[in-house]
Design a protein around this ligand. Structure first.
Ligand code: NDP
Length: 607
């Protein structure tokens, strides 16, 4: 059938079947059967990669404390801060925030590597811009500005008075006798809370590659989220002059490496970048904020902008693309072929075909960008990504590719061996060659979609002594991704079975508002305990499973990574897209708004 879209694509200039085949072959080359087990957890012998804080100025000297509060919030990143802010707005003041870093910021406290920057437009990404009357300097803010914004939020909402920094929670245990959560910390604090909001973030637990010999290495090493400026010299903006006489290895080429490598390449004597899968590196094109435009925005603009962005990136029709960047590009192209109504009501197969073709075009452009920038033909080929744009988190950077034109920068393609072979006392072995280096920088990411036992750093022991890990062992079980049966007065903000957004901060804020509403309601009704019923939980899990596999074919076609659970799509205890509420964050928020509107806390038993 020659439908309007198919007609549009009658003369593509490339062969979609050949591209599909190439993508499949590149995926197959990288598939491993050990999933998350290929990674080393940052614990035991490797705990220092996560536990040591290179940024703390004054280590906390404080006796263990003994305290009872209404709410404990775990995590001082955006999700925890938003939870606290939304609770305070509702007048819930007896709150304690526990944070492992020495300040607010979470991801932005820890990730100070050179060049770190938000990849979502800052007008959408930075929360509370209207409330705090703050104008981001650029369309994509750099880490220091974001970290400063976290402190601004902390000051504005008085969060510093409520925070216990440099403290790691080691266990949560429900006490049936007095309906309190007993919160233990590594400092031996004895805390009791009526409610707990677990908001420890999604990128809080770094992981290392499980490479043979990693323990034998005698040189210096660190993970990107604990950047060692004492060793490299310089700061976030560069000037890593202490690397001038150093041979450095960077393992990993995801979002973090793309931002950091240009700075290391500029200063290191020799830099070896070990690449298993190339990232899609599109243009960044950062711009200064136009002050006049910013002042002209109408109240409510930030929510409207976030919703517009969220609708577009889940393929909903839109009248205007407010953000108009590399995240929305493909969707804009598809929609421009058809009026908005038809883009939704048109033949789904035809629309999927159009989306795939526009994706091919987009990725052809990304590959052409490599051709235009990188001089060496072999390196050029190795840097080309062969998968659809959203198989992995796409990256945007204007310096990364050109870094490989430097004579001191070497790309080591380890795709054939599915990773680096081995680490020795002296360096890294790949493709049978030993690269002796003075320092290894692990840009190998975080436990984002791994199993709960890997990504949650402490046990949560609920009613009847049941562990959360046990409850979630056969699959995540929640109502709205936020609470679980058997875990009264306990809420989890993050990426579970809720409306997912690539703009994480918007998602966290919406969840925070909802949780604050529930806690306020329970307190206001003079009740002690709110617990999700087994029935409500089962219904929600069924709904998630019913909807979630709409995108299974897509995820299956992708090269492995944390977006597709390293290829393990059938394990219901982990996942991002496979566990999310598929219609997206705006639909999820509408569903929660209806739920609140009903006013009966449906699905919760109050005692
Ligand atoms: P990722 O998980 O995206 O990347 C890890 C990298 O390590 C991949 O390139 C992976 O290769 C590689 N790797 C893993 N094991 C091996 C091995 N054995 N040998 C060689 N290479 C290996 O981590 P990032 O820290 O880059 O990013 C994580 C997330 O953090 C991002 O997706 C994003 O959500 C967030 N982030 C956000 C930023 C922002 O701008 N807001 C900036 C930075 C990070 P392979 O792909 O083959 O698995």
């Amino acid at each position: 059938m020659n439908t309007p879209l198919k007609k549009e694509y009658s003369n593509l200039g490339f062969d979609p079947d050949a591209l599909r085949e190439k993508y499949r072959a590149e995926r197959d080359k990288r598939m491993r059967d050990d999933g998350d087990d290929q990674f080393l957890r940052t614990m035991d012998d490797y705990a220092h990669y996560a536990d040591e804080d290179p940024f703390v100025e004054e280590p906390l000297e404080q006796d263990a404390i003994d305290r009872e509060v209404d709410v404990v919030v775990i995590g001082g990143g955006f999700s925890g801060m938003m939870a606290l802010a939304r609770l305070k707005e509702r007048g819930v003041e007896d709150v304690l925030l526990i944070e492992s870093g020495a300040d607010l910021g979470g991801t932005w406290y820890w990730n100070r590597y050179p060049g770190s920057q938000c990849d979502i437009e800052s007008y959408c990404y930075l929360p509370l811009l209207e409330e705090l009357d703050y104008m981001p300097k650029e369309k994509y803010s750099y880490a220091p500005e974001i970290y400063e914004h976290c402190q601004r939020i902390g000051e504005y909402y008085g969060l510093y008075d409520l925070a216990l920094f440099q403290t790691r929670v080691t266990e949560l245990r429900w006490s049936e006798d007095d309906s309190r959560w007993l919160v233990s910390t590594h400092r031996g604090d004895d805390l009791r809370a009526r409610f707990v909001i677990q908001a420890a973030g999604t990128a809080n637990t770094p992981k290392l590659p499980g490479i043979e010999g990693i323990h034998d290495y005698r040189g210096h090493s660190f993970h990107t989220c604990r950047w060692d400026y004492d060793y490299t010299g310089g700061d976030h903006s560069g000037g890593l002059t202490k690397l001038a006489d150093k041979r450095v290895a960077v393992i990993g080429t995801g979002c973090t490496a793309i931002q950091a490598v240009p700075y290391v390449g500029e200063h290191a004597k020799e830099l070896y970048v070990f690449q298993r899968t190339p990232s899609s590196v599109d243009a960044r094109g950062n711009t200064l904020t136009d002050e006049e435009w910013y002042k002209s925005l109408e109240p409510g603009w930030q929510r409207a902008r976030r919703e517009n962005f969220a609708d577009i990136v889940v393929g909903r029709p839109f009248e205007e693309d407010l953000v108009a960047d590399g995240w929305t590009d493909i969707f804009r192209r598809v929609q421009s072929l058809l009026p908005p109504e038809e883009a939704v009501e048109g033949d789904p197969e035809e629309l999927a075909f159009a989306a795939e073709v526009e994706d091919f075009r987009k990725m052809n452009e990304v590959r052409e960008r490599v051709d235009k920038t990188v001089k060496d033909p072999a390196i050029r080929e190795a840097l080309k990504p062969w998968y659809r744009q959203f198989c992995k988190r796409p990256t945007f950077n204007d310096e990364y590719l050109a870094t490989f034109n430097r004579p001191n920068v070497h790309l080591v393609d380890v795709s054939e061996s599915r990773g680096v072979d081995r680490i020795t006392e002296k360096g890294v072995v790949a493709n049978g060659v030993e690269y002796e280096v003075d320092c290894i920088i692990y840009a190998t990411g975080f436990e984002i979609t791994s199993s709960p036992r890997r990504r949650i750093n402490f046990d949560v022991v609920g009613r009847g002594g049941k562990s959360l890990f046990e409850h979630w062992d056969q699959g995540l079980q929640t109502l709205h991704g936020l609470s679980s049966h058997g875990f009264p007065n306990w809420f989890f903000i993050g990426v579970n079975q809720n409306g997912l957004s690539v703009n994480m901060t918007a998602m966290f804020d919406d969840q925070a508002r909802h949780v604050a509403y529930i806690i306020d309601e329970v307190l206001g009704r003079g009740r002690t305990v709110a617990e999700v019923t087994a029935e409500a939980e089962a219904e929600w899990v069924a709904e998630i499973r019913r909807l979630a596999f709409a995108n299974r074919d897509f995820l299956e076609s992708c090269t492995p990574g944390y977006y597709n659970n390293e290829g393990e799509l059938d394990d219901p205890s982990k996942g991002l897209a496979t566990q999310a509420y598929a219609p997206g964050i705006n639909a999820f928020n509408a569903l929660l708004a209806d739920w609140r509107e009903q006013g009966d806390l449906q699905g919760f038993e109050l005692r």
